[in-house]
Design a protein around this ligand. Structure first.
Ligand SMILES: [Cu+2]
Length: 150
């Protein structure tokens, strides 16, 4: 082996090592990011977005905890069971907003926690902390609670 080919192979080894370090760094970064994302979504006290399904069995999960500013999306899972998500108590719908349904529907502000009509999907962003009971206005026995933490 002459000097130039020895230097060339040493260069290749150095290049390979740099490559391995770079790939390792990228993989470590990706792993750390995934880990952080997974930790965030599995921590029920710190969740920012949750989906609640509605069907014959009611709301599922019926008890949900989100951070202040978190959004809950309610989805009608079965066309047979109409969904109208509304803050308790039934008929008034005033617990969250402080105003009765007759006053705040239709909810143009998006701040009243009342779907104000049946539909297949309803998303609401909770800005007030507390435990907010709700029901399906089309079937008031179907109930749930959204707990909003700071
Ligand atoms: Cu109601």
């Amino acid at each position: 082996m002459d000097i130039s080919s020895a230097m060339a192979s040493r260069k290749n080894v150095a290049g390979l090592l740099i490559g391995i370090v770079l790939v390792g760094t990228v993989l470590l970064g990706a792993w750390l990011l995934m880990n952080k994302l997974l930790t965030q979504t599995s921590d029920t006290g710190g969740v920012k977005a949750v989906v609640v399904m509605y069907d014959s069995g009611g709301f599922s999960p019926s008890e949900v905890t989100v951070k202040q500013g978190g959004t809950v999306t309610f989805l009608q899972n079965n066309a047979e069971y109409e969904m109208w998500v509304a803050s308790d108590d039934h008929l008034e719908h005033a617990d969250y907003s402080g105003t009765p349904m007759e006053e705040h529907c239709p909810d143009v502000s998006g701040l009243k926690f009342d779907q104000c009509g049946s539909g297949v999907s309803y998303s609401f962003t909770f800005q007030k902390t507390g435990a907010w009971g709700y029901h399906n206005h089309e079937n008031p026995e179907a109930k749930g609670t959204i707990t909003v933490t700071q």
